[in-house]
Design a protein around this ligand. Structure first.
Ligand SMILES: C[S@@+](CC[C@H](N)C(=O)[O-])C[C@H]1O[C@@H](n2cnc3c(N)ncnc32)[C@H](O)[C@@H]1O
Length: 242
């Protein structure tokens, strides 16, 4: 079922690409200014991976601060628009499914906007595990998404708490995953997976998150007993990792 929805989701964004900027952002000039402000605040430097770049509105801003940007998305129609928008030798694009992709390199920053809420609960852990493998030492994950207070704007499929129905301008209907961000819950969930995460709000609608792998310190009990420190590790908060 979830795989069918994920396929529908890609199809939806492929068909939506030409109308995406206006239907997603409304006033595109104002959105660009907001995006530039947020990206400047997040300081994405070094080698940046952008997941689900869409039409490249965020790629454009990332390119201004990063050494290099690799931007990926599953919708070729969106990537075509992004390529046209961001013409820079330091930016490369690829059409891939992020759930089955391994570039064989690591990044200082992994960024995604309006993507995490499209990751189904059943793939959440796998997704964050894959991010860990893509992140360089001292790397950061930066994300923007929609706050749970925006939930009422979606039409949830009855009985399905993460599947919504979306319509394009031509009336065609698609099913999409939508898990709005509740900052406290997401921070806790990520902490349990071994990430330190701080999420702040930007306006009523968006949240900005920054996550890093939790630094491990030797388990004090093992250390006192003279056992190897890798017998068990504790996160910075002293909680055992799940
Ligand atoms: C809400 S849009 C966000 C676009 C852009 N990041 C933004 O904020 O404007 C979600 C994007 O996720 C992409 N996407 C959906 N499923 C994907 C997958 N399995 N792998 C990579 N990208 C995917 C869609 O094609 C779409 O461009």
């Amino acid at each position: 079922m979830t795989d069918d929805v994920l396929a529908d989701q890609v199809d939806y964004y492929r068909r939506r690409a030409a109308e995406y900027d206006v239907t997603a952002y409304g006033d595109v000039a104002a959105a660009r200014a907001r995006i530039a402000r947020l990206v400047a605040q997040m300081r994405p430097t070094g080698r940046v991976l952008e997941i689900a770049c869409g039409t490249g509105l965020w790629t454009e801003a990332l390119a201004g601060l990063a050494d290099t940007v690799m931007a990926i998305d599953a919708a070729p129609e969106a990537v075509e628009i992004a390529r046209d928008r961001v013409r820079s030798a330091s930016v490369s694009f690829d059409v891939v499914d992020v759930f089955s992709w391994d570039p064989g390199e690591r990044f200082d920053v992994i960024f995604f906007s309006a993507w995490l809420s499209h990751v189904p609960t059943s793939r959440f852990e796998q997704f964050w595990r894959s991010l860990r493998g893509l992140l360089a030492d001292d790397g950061r994950v930066l994300f923007i998404d929609e706050h749970v207070d925006e939930r009422a704007k979606e039409a949830y499929v009855p009985g399905r708490d993460e599947i919504v129905e979306r319509r394009l301008r031509d009336g065609s209907a698609f099913r999409v995953i939508k898990n709005f961000v509740d900052p406290d819950r997401l921070e806790l969930r990520l902490r349990r997976l071994g990430w330190d995460c701080v999420i702040r709000r930007d306006g009523r609608d968006w949240v900005c998150g920054e996550a890093r792998p939790a630094r491990t310190v030797p388990d004090p009990i093992s250390a006192a007993l003279g056992l190897p420190s890798d017998v068990e590790t504790f996160t910075r908060e002293g909680l055992p990792r799940e």
